[in-house]
Design a protein around this ligand. Structure first.
Ligand code: SAM
Length: 175
């Protein structure tokens, strides 16, 4: 996949690559009809999802308008049709439901100055999951990323993990 980068937008790192592998697998196995890529950044997860299963309707959102612009550009570059919107979590999606909701959330606990690209942690992930469940179709799945530096205590299934430098990254699934 060809991607453009920008200093104002999260560039794909180990966490993105680990989640991307799981997204590929889920798109192959479950063929979800509607996919939401929350916190799309460069658009890497949304573009992966659409490329693997072009029949799905894929939507990407980010709180950062510069990410939305970059993701749109990257989708064009990869010749995939994806709608991108600026949205703080689900504020733009009141009555909409999805079959797969993906979020490589900012997983480290917030420390001032709060920057939404980096500040998150378990509390933020839990808030996302609670809202994501309200926007999930029957049999739908939610995928999220977290780190051994900021473990989560709520019930979930670990579907991928990888040791990188001084931490282990996990992809969790909840339904
Ligand atoms: C770790 S980056 C992940 C980017 C990309 N999905 C990836 O896998 O490389 C987290 C993204 O979530 C976005 N974000 C943070 N808080 C958000 C919120 N409340 N609503 C929507 N997006 C948010 C950030 O702007 C950032 O682009």
């Amino acid at each position: 996949m060809e991607l453009k980068y920008s200093e104002q937008v999260y560039s794909p790192r180990e966490d993105s690559k680990l989640l991307k592998k799981v997204v590929e697998k889920y798109m192959h196995e479950f063929n979800p009809a509607r996919v939401l890529d929350m916190g799309t950044g460069s658009g890497i997860q949304a573009i992966t999802a659409k490329k693997i299963y072009p029949d799905s309707e894929v939507v990407g959102v980010d709180i950062n308008p510069m990410a939305v612009d970059l993701a749109e550009e990257n989708a064009k570059l990869n010749k995939v049709d994806i709608k991108f919107f600026v949205s703080d979590l689900f504020e733009r999606f009141h009555n909409q439901k999805f079959d797969l909701i993906i979020f490589n959330a900012p997983y480290l606990p917030s420390e001032p100055p709060i920057d939404p690209i980096w500040s998150g942690g378990e509390k933020f992930i839990l808030k996302f999951i609670k809202l994501a469940r309200e926007h999930l179709n029957f049999n739908g799945r939610i995928l999220f990323v977290y780190s051994s530096k900021s473990p989560v205590k709520f019930e979930h299934k670990v579907v991928a993990e990888e040791k990188v430098f001084f931490e282990t990254l996990y992809v969790g699934e909840v339904r």
